[in-house]
Write a protein that binds this ligand. Structure first.
Ligand SMILES: Nc1ncnc2c1ncn2[C@@H]1O[C@H](COP(=O)(O)OP(=O)(O)O)[C@@H](O)[C@H]1O
Ligand SMILES: [Mg+2]
Length: 321
């Protein structure tokens, strides 16, 4: 019965090894992206330009044998630019659908907060239902459809911050930082030879670690990971605490509870275990809660951060013995 779970653990380990041939460092970021994919969820990626956000999603798409598309969100991007549109074919004298970039498996939505709400909603509907509606006709997207949406933390001028309800649809917020000194030296050296990250990715040395159609099967095997009842209580305790903590204006909703259960299970699998440990839940708390909590203005003004609030909550909620 647990063959698939064993296979999943092998696949996750191989995916990390292969990804490391392209991406220098960023192990935790790669883990979080794999967790989003293997729980059939979507993720926000936050990081300054040039920190390998695009390279990360392209690399994972190639490793998991999935198609990839990227959309650059701009203030004039329209819903049809994402979904596609029907065009009249003069030869056939009929309308044919010109599919948009959303018809893919891994979609990188770059700088999603630069497009107006109408266009954001077109993407968020696709995320939620894995369908798109064009001229009142509904089209299905692949079961493995996964969105990685980036937001640029710097440029908030002329952007349309995602509403809370929309942010809640992203299981995780992945924060990507500059590579460390060693990593940057390695990156520089790699540019000298023919082993630049892009060259490695396009060279074909990176082989898919799963067969097509295997992703759904491996995802199911996560249900073989044990989550003790007291850990469910622990998770619910953490989420509910976000709603009563003194620094919080708006705490996390029930989707955060679902996200913390599912992501902790996937984190256990990535760590090679058949059961969830309290540390898995602690490791997933920030990526699951960072984009779901709003601080009271008075705390924000004093420079209090959401990360501090989450750390606080993790010390206040006792780990079950
Ligand atoms: N950790 C890293 N590993 C490998 N390449 C990196 C890393 N960080 C940055 N790069 C390089 O920097 C460039 C920008 O990467 P890209 O994915 O386009 O960044 P982003 O999408 O975050 O703006 C790429 O050429 C990539 O090779
Ligand atoms: Mg990019």
């Amino acid at each position: 019965m647990f063959e698939n779970l064993e296979r999943l653990k092998v696949v996750l380990a191989k995916a990390k090894t292969e990804a490391a041939k392209v991406i220098i460092g960023q192990e935790n970021v790669i883990d979080m992206a794999l967790i989003a994919i293997f729980t059939n969820s979507h993720a926000l990626i936050e990081g300054v330009p040039g920190t390998a956000k695009t390279l990360l999603v392209r690399t994972l798409a190639s490793l998991l044998d999935c198609s990839f598309n990227r959309i650059q969100f701009t203030p004039d991007l329209m819903p049809a630019d994402i979904t596609g549109t029907n065009i009249f074919n003069l030869k056939k004298e009929e309308f044919t659908l010109l599919k948009g970039p959303v018809f893919t498996t891994f979609l990188l939505a770059d700088e999603i907060n630069r497009a107006p709400a109408k266009t954001q909603s077109a993407l968020l509907q696709a995320m939620q239902e894995r369908t798109v509606t064009i001229d009142r006709q509904t089209y299905s997207l692949p079961d493995n459809f996964t969105v990685f949406a980036t937001q640029n933390p710097v440029e908030y001028e002329g952007t349309y911050p995602l509403p809370e309800a929309q942010k809640d649809r992203f299981m995780l917020k992945i924060t990507i930082d500059y590579p460390d000194t060693e990593g940057e030296i390695e990156l520089a050296n790699r540019m000298l030879g023919d082993a630049s990250p892009e060259a490695v990715l396009c060279s074909g040395t990176i082989k898919p670690v799963i067969g097509s159609g295997e992703l759904a099967l491996l995802r199911q095997s996560l249900s073989d990971i044990t989550v003790k009842p007291e850990l469910i209580d622990y998770i619910v305790g953490i989420i509910r605490k976000t709603r009563s903590h003194e620094s919080v204006l708006l705490g996390a909703g029930p989707r955060a509870t679902q996200a913390l259960v599912l992501s902790s299970r996937a984190f256990a699998a990535i760590s090679g275990r058949d059961f969830v440990a309290p540390d898995d839940i602690k490791a997933m708390a920030a990526p699951v809660l960072e984009h779901r909590i709003i601080l009271r203005p008075e705390f924000e003004i004093e420079g209090h951060s959401i990360t501090e609030t989450i750390t606080d909550i993790l010390t206040e909620v006792s780990v079950p013995r």
